[in-house]
Design a protein. Structure first.
Length: 220
C-alpha cells in the first residue's frame, strides 16, 4: 500500500502508540513540508517514545521552517519534563545550526546536572557555529564526566575558533588514547595553523595506531 499524507495522518492520530511511531517513520516518504506539518502535534504526545521520535524528526524537517522549528525546540528544551526529550531538542538545534538558540542551550546546560543532557548540549555547540559558545566549551573541558570532556574537544574543532588550539595542544599528551584521538581529529580542522600542524605531526608517532592514523590523515 502506498504511503500518502492521509494514510500517515491516520496512523499519527491512532490511539495506539505503536501506530503513531509507525506513522512517524513513514513521514520520511512524504514531501518535507507536509511531513513537518504532520509531525507538529506529536511534539506534545503523551507517550515519551513518540515524543522523542517526533523531536528527532525535526533535525531534518525543521529546515522547511527554521524560525518556527527553533521556537518549538527551545520550548521543549525549557519545558519538557523528560531529560531525553530535552537532549533530543538540543541535538536538533545543533543539526539545524540554530545560532540564535545558544543562550537557551547555555542556560539549560547550567541548570542541569544530568550528564546526558549536558553531553547533547556540548555536542550541539560545535554544529551550531556560534562563537559565543567558545567559553562554555572551554568550561566543559573541565567537566567531571569524561564523555562531556571528549565531546567538548570535538566541538571545539568543529567550531573552528583558533583560540581552541591553545586548549587542545596540551591534551595531546593525555594518558587516554581515545581523548588523544579526538584531539587529533579536532586539530585537523586548523589546516593553516602552525601549532596545530606541529602537534599533529607529533601525534603521527603516537603509541596508539589509531591516534597516529587520525593525525596522519589530518595532515594530508
Amino acid at each position: 500500500m502506498s504511503v500518502t499524507p492521509e494514510s500517515v495522518q491516520a496512523l499519527l492520530t491512532s490511539d495506539n502508540y505503536g501506530d503513531r511511531l509507525s506513522g512517524l517513520n513513514q513521514l520520511r516518504e512524504l514531501d518535507r513540508q507536509q511531513a513537518l506539518e504532520l509531525v507538529q502535534p506529536l511534539l506534545a504526545d503523551e507517550n515519551v517514545r513518540v515524543r522523542y521520535a517526533a523531536v528527532s524528526q525535526l533535525a531534518t524537517l525543521g529546515e522547511q521552517n527554521p524560525e518556527a522549528t527553533t521556537a518549538s525546540l527551545i520550548k521543549l528544551l525549557e519545558e519538557d519534563k523528560e531529560l531525553d526529550i530535552k537532549a533530543a531538542a538540543a541535538d536538533a538545534l545543533g543539526a539545524l545550526h540554530c545560532k540564535e538558540a545558544y543562550p537557551k542551550l547555555e542556560a539549560a546546560y547550567r541548570a542541569s546536572n544530568d550528564w546526558v543532557l549536558q553531553l547533547s548540549i556540548i555536542a550541539a555547540l560545535g554544529e551550531l557555529g556560534n562563537p559565543a559558545g567558545f567559553e562554555l566549551l572551554e568550561e566543559a573541558l573541565q567537566s567531571e564526566t569524561e564523555l562531556v570532556r571528549i565531546s567538548a574537544i570535538t566541538a571545539l574543532g568543529e567550531l573552528g575558533d583558533e583560540r581552541a588550539i591553545a586548549l587542545l595542544t596540551p591534551l595531546a599528551r593525555d594518558g587516554d588514547w581515545q581523548l588523544r584521538s579526538r584531539v587529533a581529529q579536532s586539530l585537523s580542522n586548523f589546516k593553516g595553523n602552525e601549532t596545530a600542524q606541529s602537534t599533529l605531526k607529533t601525534l603521527t608517532q603516537d603509541e596508539s595506531e589509531q591516534v597516529a592514523k587520525i593525525a596522519t590523515l589530518g595532515l594530508a
